[in-house]
Structures are given as C-alpha cells and as structure tokens.
Design a protein around this ligand. Structure first.
Ligand SMILES: [Zn+2]
Length: 61
C-alpha cells in the first residue's frame, strides 16, 4: 500500500476517506493476503494496478 494511494481521491465521489480491507485466501497460501481499498463514502474499490503489474513481470522471469 503506497501512501499515494491512501491519499488519492475517489474517482466517483472525490472523498479521501477510505478503508483498507484484507482477505485471507487459504487455498493459495503463497498469495494468502489480498488487499482492497474501499471508499468510505460510496464503496468504490480502488485497484492496486501497480502491484498486479509487478507480480506478472515476476512470473514471466
Ligand atoms: Zn467514493
């Protein structure tokens, strides 16, 4: 989670208040934790595109 993402305004409502959610996936312990950032105002889910792209690059190598 980057500080920039925590400070980013919601594209839907413009709120900077958001909650970081963590989900544990037992079936895939190697990737046991998924983080989602949800807007407190409208429920918009922020995608962490940067981290996903990095993971794909690691798999290719
Ligand atoms: Zn919002």
């Amino acid at each position: 989670m980057k500080l920039e993402q925590l400070l980013a305004k919601c594209p839907k409502c413009g709120s900077q208040d958001k909650t970081v959610q963590r989900k544990i996936l037992d079936e895939h312990r190697a990737h046991s934790e998924m983080k989602a950032v949800v807007c407190d105002e409208c429920g918009h889910i922020f995608e962490e595109k940067d981290e996903k792209e990095n993971k794909k690059e690691e798999l290719k190598e």
